[in-house]
Design a protein around this ligand. Structure first.
Ligand code: URA
Length: 230
């Protein structure tokens, strides 16, 4: 919502009255006087009018986690431990996942309570690269590279997968870059070339890599520069 609309709604005044207060520098956004009527106001914005607090900013959380194999990418589950159980933060129950991993997949997972931010991470139109290290049961045939680049038709979703880059590292090991995250996508793609994934690990999401010194289960908040990557 824009600042002038927020003020008009919050303080039951007309839009013109709101403009006057804003022009008089009586409205502070995150502690600073704001003269832009069109300033965006969200859940994480603090708004004051003179000495009156109109809205306290909610605490925005952005977390990077090394998901171990065996932990669910969910916020609650009656049976299995979830990624939330690994995090110690008083506001952890406000978190959601910016892209899930299967229970038997390890690697980089991002969690946040900022829905706009997570959308930018996961929305296929944003073309954020997700890089996976894959181990397979059978030898990876060289034709798989062109097949992954051409894309596969996924019947359930009625879509073609976006061009993906497959780099064969060893007879049964590859690095795969996807720009979307469909259900069981890596496993389904390997299945299409007559193979089976035996181990899967996510190394990076966009420019964000799993820190090399991290061990499974470890997590930390993202830095402001890391948050700004998306
Ligand atoms: N693709 C899969 O099949 N599983 C994952 O966990 C992630 C991508």
């Amino acid at each position: 919502m824009k600042l002038d609309r927020f003020l008009a709604k919050q303080s039951s005044m007309g839009r013109t009255a709101a403009h006057r207060l804003i022009a008089a520098r009586r409205v502070r956004v995150d502690g600073h006087p704001c003269t832009d009527n069109q300033q965006e106001v969200g859940r994480f914005t603090r708004i004051e009018l003179d000495e009156t607090l109109l809205q306290e900013a909610e605490r925005a959380l952005y977390i990077l986690l090394y998901k171990p194999v065996g932990i669910l990418s969910a916020t609650t589950d009656p049976q299995h431990p979830t990624v939330i159980d690994l995090i110690s933060d008083p506001d952890k129950h406000s978190l959601h996942l910016a892209g899930r991993l299967d229970r038997n997949t390890s690697g980089l997972v991002l969690l946040t309570n900022d829905g706009r931010w997570s959308k930018r991470v996961t929305e296929p139109l944003e073309h954020v690269a997700k890089v996976y290290l894959v181990e397979t049961a059978e030898v990876i045939v060289p034709e798989a590279v062109a097949a992954f680049a051409a894309g596969f038709y996924f019947h359930t979703e009625d879509l073609m997968t976006l061009p993906a880059q497959l780099e064969i590292l060893a007879p049964r090991q590859a690095r795969l870059t996807l720009y979307e995250g469909r259900y069981h996508q890596v496993k389904r793609m390997f299945h299409r070339v007559g193979n089976r994934v035996t181990a899967l690990h996510r190394e990076s999401i966009g420019a964000l890599h799993l820190p090399p010194d991290f061990t499974p289960g470890q997590w930390r908040p993202l830095t402001p520069n890391e948050i700004a990557l998306f």
